[in-house]
Design a protein around this ligand. Structure first.
Ligand code: CTP
Length: 404
């Protein structure tokens, strides 16, 4: 199973002999399904060539802060936004010092300042340099800012000394990256996710549907799996592969979606309804293909069951999260839905004019009783992970309020 499918890893290489191990790391990351882009400092290029890293990553390698060619394709701010994780391996004593200072004197330090992604550094240096109080203070500074320090290991060093300062092996760095995603926040919990559109038949060949691609719901299911949950994905018809570890129930209509959700809801802990369920369906589906006539055609539509509201009503202990897709007055409409459907949380977003539907990026406004949070525009996969953090923390708050 590929543990890093679709994850975007930015590998920064600073100038140390351990840079040769980073070549192997790129290979291992890609084996796990990650997309890798490499940024090298000038001194890193003395130890290993950008061409090697380009061949292994199948992407251009970035070495300069102001590079006319790259700035038009993917500039340094785009690269910072693109990344899910930034790993600097090897991170030299000098690089760590510049990171601690908040320097933006070259591309890699600038990226570390500009990114909102998790940053890991894998120190690699001579043992005296590692043990020097200046390095220790720099490590403390960056670690207090939330930067993860992986390693170093102790052992024989390139300079002939034996002690702490060796960069971790590629396998260990791979595990450290996986651990950023697999946080175990919802271990032992059963999460149901609805995704995609529904299709409401008109006759044997036609149906009413909408433009939902299912991308957000599938990203939410993936993020719930990474958070350690058992996931049931109830999906309308979409062109996406279900996440490998999810149990996926494929449905077409709103009624089928309702039945599948209620069937799985017993004993479930959280329901996240990302599906764009049709609000109306044909009261009577024509048995034969409807032939065109001279005049207008009127379809008699009746309301579909509200999957989310029914589930919330049936089991108040289920933590329910709705999505509100709105074209105007986002906050008011979202809060109305939160209250009307009896939900614990709602994730609202603007739709239309190229926003939200069938695109890879989105932004969300989250509302719950007594709180709200804006999640800025980001790839849906990253947004889903942020959303899962907020859901988990509200879920546990609700649980602890119940016991007090
Ligand atoms: N939903 C549902 N079943 C329905 C309609 C909506 O489970 N029949 C869920 C959606 O998955 C979403 C939330 O309810 O999580 C809000 O859906 P939305 O379509 O925005 O709201 P509606 O209540 O249908 O209101 P309107 O279409 O009028 O905006």
């Amino acid at each position: 199973m590929k543990r890093l499918s679709g994850k975007r890893i930015l590998l920064g290489i600073s100038g140390g002999i351990a840079a040769y191990k980073s070549a192997e790391l790129v290979r291992r990351l890609r084996e796990q399904g990650a997309e890798v882009r490499v940024v090298m400092t000038r001194s890193a290029c003395e130890f290993i060539t950008p061409l090697t890293m380009q061949a292994l990553s199948s992407n251009p390698v970035y070495t300069e802060l102001l590079d006319h060619e790259h700035e038009t394709a993917m500039g340094h701010i785009d690269l910072a936004r693109w990344s899910d994780v930034v790993l600097v391996a090897p991170a030299t004593a000098n690089f760590i010092a510049r990171l601690a200072q908040g320097s933006a004197d070259e591309l890699l330090t600038t990226l570390c300042l500009a990114t909102q992604a998790a940053i890991l550094v894998a120190p690699a240096m001579n043992k005296q340099m590692w043990l020097n109080p200046a390095t220790a203070a720099n490590i403390e500074t960056i670690s207090n800012r939330g930067i993860g320090i992986v390693g170093p290991a102790a052992g024989e060093q390139a300079c002939g000394e034996v002690g702490p300062g060796r960069m971790l092996e590629p396998e260990q760095l791979l595990l450290a990256i996986q651990a950023v995603f697999e946080n175990g926040m919802l271990a032992g919990k059963h999460v149901i996710v609805t995704a995609g559109p529904t299709r409401e038949p008109i006759d044997p060949v036609r149906y009413i549907s909408n433009r939902s691609s299912g991308k957000m719901g599938y990203a939410v299911a993936e993020a719930a799996l990474e958070a350690g949950a058992e996931v049931t994905l109830v999906s309308g018809p979409v062109a996406l592969d279900a996440p490998e570890r999810a149990s996926c129930v494929r449905v077409n209509t709103a009624i089928e979606m309702r039945d599948a959700v209620l069937e799985n809801a017993a004993g479930a802990d959280i329901l996240i309804a990302a599906a764009a369920v049709a609000d109306y369906h044909c009261g009577a589906i024509a048995a034969q293909k409807i032939k065109k006539g001279d005049g207008a055609l009127t379809l008699n539509l009746s309301k579909t069951p509200d999957v989310l509201a029914e589930a919330a009503k049936l089991d108040p202990s289920l933590f329910t999260v709705g999505f509100a897709a709105e074209t105007e007055t986002l906050k008011d409409n979202a809060i109305k839905k939160l209250e009307a459907k009896g939900l614990d949380m709602i994730a609202a977003n603007l739709v239309g004019e190229g926003q939200a539907f069938d695109v890879d990026e989105n932004a969300l406004e989250l509302y719950w009783n007594g709180g709200s949070l804006k999640l800025e525009i980001a790839p849906k996969t990253r947004l889903a992970r942020q959303l899962l953090h907020v859901i988990a923390s509200n879920y546990y708050d609700k649980q602890s309020n119940k016991t007090h």
